[in-house]
Structure formats: structure tokens, C-alpha cells
Design a protein around this ligand. Structure first.
Ligand code: PMP
Length: 354
């Protein structure tokens, strides 16, 4: 039986994408060869890379606006470093919304001064900082649009006079935004795009080439752009699968269409969390993520009952991150409303039993 997969990442992908990806592993485009046993320089794979790059820009509404899309190695974690390597000359601002921002800050400090413009550390990151002032003269301001662990999400983004850089690993392609307010967006593939192993970087070209340090080729965005994201052998399978997911999203009606479904899913779950006395939400209501909902049992002695009911219902991946505890339901693009319904049914059954 296929499970209801609430895993935080790697996570659920559309069934049709899994099917097409597995077909290409056996026989790519009727070539008699597997996708993963042909040259990345072959005409067929170059077309895959081109399509993945152009679909990413198209879905984000950034085509023809001076942006380039790259599929790189190293995960979002390498981007913590690459962003600073390529953009930090003297001083950068970071908004600290938890673990992932913390890690990005640590890497940036290798290259220059880091100003923590806002932080929600005092409350174990259960909210998104607001009302902060962005100082003048920053090389860039960095934020994490969705904190995967704490289940918080920016609803509004600061207006800055410096480039705005955003780690969108856990909410890219999930909601309508004016993506042109960002100058650099990065996201590991393994949530809303594909398997782990590639990272999407969308960068406005005119912010590059301004730092005085020498950048090693593999870490230089301009080198990757000049080689059409093929400076070295790309992660062919993750890029191909990401392309399939982006095609799936386009056919569904793009970000606008998926946003409606994502909002329905989030509403269904959060209203259960709020109405059901057996559960308590973790994140501040105004800052709740539509991708990752964090909650806990109000009485810990119900833990075993709840967890055996989850198992019985075929629900996978609901354990919260160790730094928060409790539960986390990740409702990425490919998760159906029906799966959220199954979880909500288990939760209301808990209330009846309690
Ligand atoms: N940023 C965010 C918001 C994440 O959720 C994650 C991973 N879950 C990362 C960065 C790190 O990604 P990676 O493992 O691809 O380096």
C-alpha cells in the first residue's frame, strides 16, 4: 500500500514523475540506453538541462528579466558558502529564523562581517522577526523564506536597497510571490523538485562580479553561467527528475494552481490543530508555514496511542525535528489533500478517544 508521505525531505514526489523517471532509468527516449549511462554532453541530455533551466525561470515568472537558472551540486548547504564567496565584500545582513539561517551565517562569517538584522532565537524560533531596520550599505540581505524545522514562513519580505538573497529550499514553487524582488534564490531539489543531489540557483546576473577576491571555478556563479550549468558533470538523474516535476507543475496550472491546493491542505490541518484540545500548534499563528506544520500532543501519555494510529493509517514521516520535538507534517506540492484528510481523521479520532 502506498503510504501517506509527510516526510520533511527528501519527500513525496508526484507519482507520474516517479513513473517517468524510472522508465528513463531503463530506457531514455527510446534510445536503448539508460539516462544514467549516456554522456551529459549528448544532445538528449543537453536538452534536459536546457528545459529544466527554462522551466524554472518560466514558473517563477523570471524569463527575460536578467536571471539565470543553474542546477549545481553540493546541496543548499554549499550555497550558504557560495553566496558569501560571490557576494560578500565587507558586510552582509542575515535574518535568523533558526537552524538553516544559523548555518548560512556561520559560513558567511568566513568572508566578512555579518549583521544579524533580526532573530527569533529568544522564542526558540517559533515566529518570524518583524519591525527590524535593515542597515544601509549591506552587500546583501539573506533570509530563509520557510523554516523547515520550526514551521515558520515569511509572508512579507523586506524592501531593501541591497540585493535580497533567499534560501527557498522548503517552499520554492509552492506559493505565488513576486520572485523579481529577489536577486538570488537557492533551493535544494529534495522537497518540491526532485531527489537530493542538485540545487537550483536562480541569480540576477548583474549582482555578480563585484567582489575583489578570487573565486575558485567550481564556486563561481559566473563560471557556471558561462558553461550553461555544465561546467562539470551535472547530477543527471536529479536534474532530469526535477525537470519532470517542473513539467508536472506547469501542466497543473503552475504556482497559482498549486498554491490553491497547498492553502486548502494547510487550512484543513491547522484548523484541526486549533480546534482539537489534544493538540497544540508550535509556530506563531501569523507565521505558520503552509509547507511544514509543527504541533505537539497536549498530553504526552497519548503518544503511543497516536503513533500506533498513525502507523495503522499508513502515515509516514510525521516525527518532529529533534530541536523542536513533537510532530511535523510536511505538505509539499506533491502531497494530496486526501492524505491530509487521512491525518486529520486520525487526529479527530484521538479527540474522541481522549
Ligand atoms: N535550507 C533549508 C531551508 C532546508 O530545509 C535545508 C534542508 N532540509 C537546507 C537548507 C540544507 O539543504 P541541503 O541538505 O541540500 O544542504
Amino acid at each position: 500500500m502506498k503510504k501517506h508521505n509527510f516526510s520533511a525531505g527528501p519527500c513525496i514526489l508526484p507519482q507520474e514523475v516517479l513513473l517517468k523517471a524510472s522508465e528513463a532509468i531503463m530506457d531514455f527516449n527510446g534510445s536503448g540506453l539508460s539516462l544514467i549511462e549516456i554522456s551529459h554532453r549528448s544532445k538528449d541530455f543537453v536538452a534536459v538541462m536546457e528545459k529544466a533551466r527554462s522551466l524554472a525561470l518560466e514558473l517563477l515568472g523570471l524569463e527575460g528579466k536578467g536571471y539565470q537558472a543553474l542546477f549545481l551540486h553540493g546541496g543548499a548547504s554549499l550555497e550558504f558558502l557560495m553566496v558569501a564567496y560571490n557576494l560578500l565584500e565587507k558586510k552582509a545582513g542575515y535574518i535568523n529564523t533558526g537552524t538553516w539561517s544559523d548555518k548560512a551565517i556561520k559560513e558567511a562569517k568566513i568572508f566578512g562581517e555579518v549583521v544579524e538584522v533580526g532573530s527569533s532565537k529568544d522564542e526558540n524560533f517559533n515566529f518570524i522577526p518583524k519591525g527590524y531596520n535593515v542597515p544601509k550599505g549591506l552587500d546583501y540581505l539573506h533570509l530563509t523564506s520557510n523554516n523547515t524545522i520550526f514551521g515558520t514562513q515569511f509572508k512579507k519580505f523586506p524592501v531593501t536597497d541591497c540585493p535580497l538573497v533567499c534560501d527557498m529550499s522548503s517552499d520554492i514553487f509552492s506559493r505565488v510571490l513576486d520572485f523579481s524582488q529577489f536577486d538570488l534564490i537557492y533551493a535544494g531539489a529534495q522537497k518540491n523538485m526532485g531527489p537530493a543531489g542538485t540545487t537550483l540557483v536562480v541569480v540576477k546576473e548583474d549582482i555578480l562580479g563585484k567582489v575583489s577576491r578570487k573565486i575558485p571555478s567550481m564556486l563561481d556563479y559566473q563560471v557556471h553561467i558561462s558553461k550553461d550549468s555544465m561546467f562539470n558533470t551535472p547530477a543527471v538523474f536529479p536534474v532530469f527528475t526535477s525537470m519532470l516535476t517542473l513539467e508536472w507543475l506547469k501542466n497543473l496550472g503552475g504556482i497559482e494552481a498549486i498554491e490553491k491546493i497547498n492553502e486548502k491542505k494547510a487550512q484543513l490541518l491547522y484548523s484541526e490543530i486549533d480546534l482539537n484540545p489534544v493538540f497544540d500548534g508550535y509556530a506563531n499563528k501569523d507565521d505558520r508555514s503552509i509547507m511544514n506544520a509543527t504541533f505537539n500532543l497536549t498530553e504526552q501519555d497519548l503518544k503511543d496511542t497516536f503513533e500506533s494510529m498513525l502507523k495503522e493509517a499508513g502515515i509516514n514521516g510525521l516525527n518532529g525535528h529533534r530541536s523542536v520535538g513533537g510532530y511535523r507534517a510536511s505538505m509539499y506540492n506533491a502531497l494530496s489533500l486526501e492524505s491530509v484528510g487521512v491525518l486529520v481523521d486520525v487526529m479527530s479520532e484521538m479527540e474522541r478517544k481522549g
